[in-house]
Write a protein that binds this ligand. Structure first.
Ligand SMILES: [Zn+2]
Length: 195
């Protein structure tokens, strides 16, 4: 009977992509090293745009040229700031148990100061992409694909109307090492990292 169900237990279909992806990815092996990644690492992979090629945290860090511990801390911070990721994160914690060293809870986000206009002498735009209203894990996965098609240092101008884009795109750039040159929602100008 419907009245018996606690409505708060029902996931919201619209923003539960990270949770769905977590269940899909659970128990898989890292694309690079083949070891089984944890449920937390599955959530990290979705947040970074690697849901089509999930990896363990060390391999994600290697891919992105990032320090593993620092990347892990930033990811923990990131998933705590988004409701849909937080739901997947809580589920992942339940799956993993207390086997992993808990990174710090809900850190204070680093303040990000962004230029609202392109820097003087506008960068050469190598590509443009209209992401429409794509959001959450889909946007960053597609964005990762677009960035991969750019030469190192290449610049892409992205249009993303998702209401979470003003938070998601700067956070994703910080996590992945790309440079957000300008953000004026829904327009974002991003330079691919050097290598
Ligand atoms: Zn790995």
């Amino acid at each position: 009977m419907k009245g018996m169900t606690d409505p708060t237990d029902e996931p919201d279909e619209d923003d539960s992509l990270p949770l769905r992806e977590l269940h899909r990815l659970t128990g898989g092996g890292c694309t690079d090293c083949r070891t089984n990644y944890s449920a937390r690492e599955a959530v990290f992979s979705v947040a970074l745009g690697f849901k089509d090629a999930p990896r363990c945290l060390p391999c994600l860090a290697t891919r992105l040229g990032r320090d593993r511990d620092e990347l892990g801390e930033q990811l923990v911070e990131y998933v705590h700031r988004r409701e849909c990721y937080l739901r997947a994160w809580r589920a992942a914690e339940g799956m993993d148990g207390a086997t992993e060293p808990a990174s710090r809870e809900c850190g204070v986000p680093e303040s990000t100061t962004l230029p609202v206009a392109p820097a003087p002498g506008s960068p050469d735009i190598a590509a443009t992409w209209d992401a429409g209203d794509m959001g959450c894990g889909e946007l960053v996965m597609a964005l990762r694909g677009r960035m991969n098609n750019l030469p190192a240092g290449g610049v892409i101008r992205v249009t993303a109307t998702d209401p979470a884009a003003p938070e998601d795109i700067p956070a994703w750039c910080r996590l992945t090492g790309h440079t957000l040159l300008a953000a004026d929602h829904p327009h974002y100008t991003i330079r691919r990292r050097g290598n």
